[in-house]
Each structure stands twice: as structure tokens, then as C-alpha cells.
Write a protein that binds this ligand. Structure first.
Ligand code: DGT
Ligand code: CA
Ligand code: CA
Ligand code: ZN
Length: 584
């Protein structure tokens, strides 16, 4: 690897140090403000596209959101001396394994510290041994159930290992910025993202970019010295492998224009798609590679400047990147039966958002304006119900006032329909968090599980099926409850849930939040196959929250869905008439 610039800490190293400081301050009992300040600072540094060490040296790191003089001083110390005095002190006070213990779901810093002080537990291994020996359940406030849960959590945490992949939204933020820089270089002719990011996969290991240039060597050199690049190496004449300050690895391939289609197709993958494609080709007497399509009979290698030509040579229609997972798309491309995939512009409304009445940051008016700006014809305000936790729910009285406010505002908005709804919590027994007569006053009811995630499959299935069967529930929000790279889905009998939804005409949501994307693409595919209409919702908590629609659309596209299968491609009247409840 050739380092560019002097050896100073990478953004990831700085972010790790700030995060560790936050963790240690938390164990140490610091105020929540201080802890949050370090964690926010860590996130800012991790996502920064320039070298934060360089910024701190210039005294300019405070221009970054969440970095004040205190954090800048710490970053500067790390940059110039290699360590942060406060971190050195706290590391001496608490053993390294204790921080890891606080990360075990359900433990947290206070309880971890007690286990350290009262039982001397200072590592995951010590925690596991003590739990197995039943020593933890003897502690006041822990008990046998807590001990068993802890044991399971330790095992799951240890098995998952450190996360190496990143979520799509983070990968795209880095990839699209880099792509724009590369396209702006004078030597660049064309440049496109490839790999899992282009396929809009849930997570991404590294970014792949394919480019053509008037002068390939000049492009390679220019790419390696972009301000986003922390280090770069050149594994081959026309390839650059680089690492960004934000910690992503990126493979850049520079190719001849007449092979751009071949290489883009090859590097977009997926591996499974490419393997199946090659098998199809062989049966037609062709060999597909990143260099071209060889016709065995004539010995001619066809070079393709576009991907469409590659597929056409094999008798196939063009296949959208999101479909390239060998899930039947090659057969469909041959038979000319590929679905006409939904796009973001097909969506006419959004049916799940939050305001300051629950945990959102904008008012009803602001959210309505933002939806209009985003090009929607209708928006349902669906704040959380009371038992949501965090004290952020809407009481029945407050909901009645909200209904009036929304009705007034709706009357004042020409050509836009503002709907009043709720994201009502599904209680552990499947009952809902508002009385029926209140729900009946709403235009739209989303029911979601937000509490008691850890139920056995039968109980969770019964809980959700009961909510689905409720006559006033229009839609189930984020069905599986998973958070990508953070939290597994609840245990659930999907078939039973889909049966109930199909039987009752209840819609299912594809939540577009990139951390959720829930329904997942496979669940969305199964739901649509069962004839259940789906809704793509942004679950916006702020005015900028409609930007995530692309991730919901991507999940729908990866599920092979058409506009007809997504209910909010229709106008509100149409949609309302189509659902099982017909009170609107
Ligand atoms: P990831 O893990 O998120 O980076 O996923 P991809 O799909 O971006 O995978 P990556 O970066 O390893 O490779 C990019 C593409 O290059 C991959 O989707 C297909 C192609 N490719 C890479 N290695 C192979 C291989 O051994 N065989 C085939 N057929 N294709 C490959
Ligand atoms: Ca990749
Ligand atoms: Ca790669
Ligand atoms: Zn929710």
C-alpha cells in the first residue's frame, strides 16, 4: 500500500477512540450529555469524507457537526502524540473486557459494572463461565431468567463476530460521492458503480467502480489522490484498490470503452447470477467473461460497450441490477417475461410518518409540506400510540386533538390529501393500544410491534395474526422487527401471517428505512405471491425523512414487484376502497 500524506490516525481510528471514550465514560457514570457527545462525534468522524486528523491539525475539525473544541483537542492529541490522556486514564481504571461486556444485548454499562465490582467478571468468557455456574442469578436484581437470557445473548454476540459489512445507505453515501468526484475528473469518460451497491443489496462489503478514460494511467493516478482517499494501491495496470477516510474499501477498474458493458456486467454480479449466466451461455455455445462473449462456433469474441448487448447476445432481455441474484431472472429474461419493476416516481402517497406529537422532529404542517415537496399526493400522519415506551406516545385525548388539526390543515391544502392515522402498538396479547371507537375515527391504521420482541414463535405469530384480524387494522408496519446488522427479526411463522393477511385483506408494509427494509425482499416476494398488496412507507421522523424511499423501492425491485403490486401507486380513494375496511 502506498500511503498518501503523512501517517496520522485514520478516521476509523479516531472514531474508535472517541467511541471507546464514550463507552468508558458511561461505565464511569458520566452524564448522558457527555456520553452522547462522544458517540455523536465518533459517528461524524466515521462518516466524514475528509481526513479528520488533517482538519484538526488545521483547527478546522470544529466545522464538522458534533465536534466542539473539547473533541477537537482530543483528536489533536491523538494525531500529534498517538494517545488521548483521558482514554489512557480510563483504560487503566476498567479492564478492556468490561467494555465488550456492556455490548451484550440486555446487559448495559450499569449492570456490567456491578458484575465486575461484585463478582470480578472482566470479560465475555468470565461472564459466560459465571452464568453457567449459576453465580449471576444469586446477585440481587438478576434472577434465573435474566441469567439464562444473558447466556443466550453472550453466545449470539460471540457467534456474530465483529461486523465487517456496512448498511447500503452508508456504502452509497461514500460510493456516490466518490463516483461524482471520479466523473468530474477531466480524463474520465464514463464511470458507474458496480457490485452489491449497484444491486442495492442490504449490506455491502466493499464498493466496486468501473470507468473508462482517455488516459487510463492518468485516471488511476488521479483517483488515488482524491481527497476522500486515505490509502491506495495498484494491483494491476488498470485497477486501483483504495481505502477511503470513511473506512470503505473500493475496487476501481479502468477499461476500454468497447468492453465497458462486459466488465460492468461481470463486476455487478452477483456471483450466483454470473455463474448461472455462464451455464446458460455454454448451452448456446457461448462463453461469457469480463473480456467479452466468445462464440464457440465462429471463434469471435464480441466486445460489448453496454450490458444490454451482453444479454442480447444470449437471447435475453436486459436484466435490472436489483434482480441479478439467480432467483429466476435469467429464465424470465430468455422468455421475455421479466417484470416491469416499480420505480420511486410510481409512488403517489406515503402512509406512515411521525411528528413532534410522538418521536418525530417536525410538526404536522412541516411534514405535509415535505411530502408535497417530495411529490406525493397524500400523506398519513401516524404517530405512535401510548404504550410505545420512551414516553413518546399519543394519549387518546391528544389523538382527538390531532384528528381535528389534521382535518383543518387538510381542508386548507389544495390538491393534497392529509390523512389522520396512527401507528398503534400491538400489545403482547395481540390487542391494540387504542379503544376501537377511537381507531374508527382514523383514516388509516398501521399496527406494529414495538415492545416485547422476545416472544416464542407461536406466541408472536398469534399476537400478529390477532392484530391482522382486527377489522380496523389496515396495515402491519415493519413486520419482522429486524434492524439490519443490529437486531435479528422476531421469531415468526411467516406462512401463518401471510395467510391471515391474504384472508383479511390487510396490507403489509415495506418500511423503507435503510436499517429496516422490512418486509425483506424475500418476504415481500412471498407476500406478493400470496396476493397481498404491499405499501412502501418511509416512516419519516423528520422533513428529510422521505429521502429513504429509494431503499424501500429497492427492496420491492429486488423482490421483482411491479407498480400494480404496490398499493400506494394508486390514488388515496382507490386504495381506501380496495382495503377490507371501507369507512373512508
Ligand atoms: P460485496 O460482498 O458486498 O462486496 O458483494 P459484491 O457482489 O460486490 O462482491 P465483490 O465485491 O466480491 O465482487 C464484485 C462482483 O464481481 C461480484 O458481484 C461478481 C464478480 N465476481 C467477483 N469474484 C467472482 C468470482 O469468483 N466469480 C464470478 N463469477 N464473479 C465474481
Ligand atoms: Ca463489492
Ligand atoms: Ca470488490
Ligand atoms: Zn414503527
Amino acid at each position: 500500500m502506498t500511503e498518501t500524506g503523512p501517517r496520522s490516525p485514520t478516521n476509523r481510528e479516531i472514531a474508535d477512540a472517541l467511541e471507546e471514550l464514550g463507552d468508558l465514560y458511561e461505565i464511569d457514570g458520566a452524564t448522558i450529555h457527555r456520553i452522547v457527545a462522544y458517540r455523536n462525534g465518533a459517528r461524524t468522524v466515521r462518516e466524514a469524507s475528509r481526513s479528520v486528523a488533517q482538519l484538526a491539525l488545521a483547527g478546522e475539525a470544529t466545522a464538522l457537526p458534533g465536534i466542539g473544541p473539547t473533541l477537537q483537542e482530543k483528536i489533536l492529541a491523538l494525531t500529534t502524540t498517538g494517545e488521548i490522556p483521558a482514554l489512557v486514564k480510563l483504560r487503566a481504571k476498567f479492564p478492556p473486557g468490561l467494555v465488550e461486556m456492556t455490548k451484550v444485548p440486555g446487559l448495559g454499562p450499569k449492570r456490567a459494572r456491578r458484575l465486575y465490582e461484585e463478582l470480578g467478571l472482566d470479560s465475555l468468557e468470565a461472564l459466560r463461565t459465571a452464568a453457567e455456574a449459576g453465580r449471576i442469578s444469586e446477585l440481587k436484581g438478576f434472577g434465573a431468567t435474566a441469567e439464562r437470557a444473558l447466556l443466550e445473548a453472550v453466545a449470539a454476540y460471540a457467534a456474530a463476530g465483529p461486523a465487517q459489512r456496512v448498511g447500503l445507505s452508508r456504502a452509497l453515501a461514500v460510493g456516490e460521492e466518490l463516483l461524482a468526484e471520479i466523473r468530474a475528473l477531466t480524463v474520465t469518460e464514463r464511470a458507474e458503480l458496480a457490485g452489491s451497491a449497484r444491486r442495492m443489496s442490504e449490506t455491502v462489503k466493499d464498493l466496486d467502480i468501473v470507468a473508462t478514460a482517455t488516459d487510463p494511467a492518468a485516471l488511476a493516478a488521479a483517483v488515488a489522490s482524491l481527497p476522500q482517499v486515505q490509502a491506495a494501491s495498484t494491483p494491476g495496470a488498470n485497477a486501483v484498490r483504495l481505502r477511503t477516510h470513511s473506512g470503505m474499501n473500493v475496487d476501481v477498474r479502468i477499461v476500454e470503452p468497447d468492453q465497458f458493458g462486459n466488465v460492468l456486467q461481470h463486476l455487478t454480479g452477483s456471483r450466483e447470477h454470473n455463474m448461472a449466466l455462464r451455464d446458460f451461455a455454454v448451452r448456446r455455445g457461448m462463453h461469457v467473461s469480463e473480456y467479452g462473449v466468445l462464440d464457440d462456433a465462429t471463434g469471435v469474441t464480441h466486445r460489448c460497450s453496454t450490458e444490454a448487448e451482453v444479454y442480447a447476445l444470449l437471447g435475453m432481455d436486459y436484466i435490472e441490477p436489483e434482480l441479478r441474484e439467480d432467483r429466476g431472472e435469467l429464465e424470465a429474461a430468455l422468455a421475455h417475461t421479466l417484470p416491469q419493476l416499480i420505480t420511486a416516481t410510481d409512488l403517489r402517497g406515503d402512509l406512515h410518518c411521525h411528528t413532534t406529537a410522538s418521536d418525530g422532529t417536525a410538526t404536522i404542517e412541516e411534514m405535509a409540506r415535505a411530502a408535497i415537496e417530495a411529490g406525493y399526493e397524500y400523506l398519513a400522519i401516524t404517530d405512535h400510540s401510548q404504550s410505545m415506551g420512551f414516553g413518546a406516545g399519543v394519549s387518546v385525548d391528544a389523538l382527538r386533538r390531532q384528528i381535528e388539526r389534521v382535518r383543518d390543515l387538510d381542508a386548507s391544502l389544495e390538491g393534497f390529501t392529509l390523512l389522520v392515522g396512527s401507528e398503534v402498538n400491538v400489545l403482547p396479547d395481540g390487542g391494540l393500544d387504542y379503544p376501537d371507537e377511537v381507531l374508527a375515527e382514523l383514516d388509516w391504521v398501521v399496527a406494529s410491534v414495538h415492545t416485547s420482541f422476545r416472544m416464542a414463535s407461536e406466541a408472536m405469530t398469534a399476537r400478529i395474526v390477532r392484530a391482522i384480524e382486527h377489522p380496523l387494522v389496515d396495515c402491519i408496519g415493519h413486520l419482522s422487527g429486524r434492524k439490519i446488522l443490529q437486531r435479528p427479526p422476531y421469531e415468526l411463522d411467516l406462512e401463518a401471517v401471510l395467510d391471515a393477511a391474504a384472508r383479511t385483506g390487510t396490507l403489509l408494509e415495506i418500511n423503507a428505512n435503510p436499517d429496516r427494509r422490512d418486509l425483506s425482499e424475500l418476504h415481500a416476494r412471498a407476500a406478493a405471491a400470496a396476493g397481498i398488496p404491499l405499501v412502501i412507507n418511509c416512516d419519516a421522523h423528520r422533513t428529510g425523512g422521505f429521502e429513504v424511499v429509494r431503499y424501500g423501492v429497492a427492496t420491492a425491485r429486488r423482490a421483482g414487484l411491479t407498480p400494480a403490486q404496490i398499493a400506494n401507486t394508486r390514488g388515496w380513494r382507490d386504495l381506501a376502497a380496495q382495503r377490507s375496511r371501507q369507512t373512508a
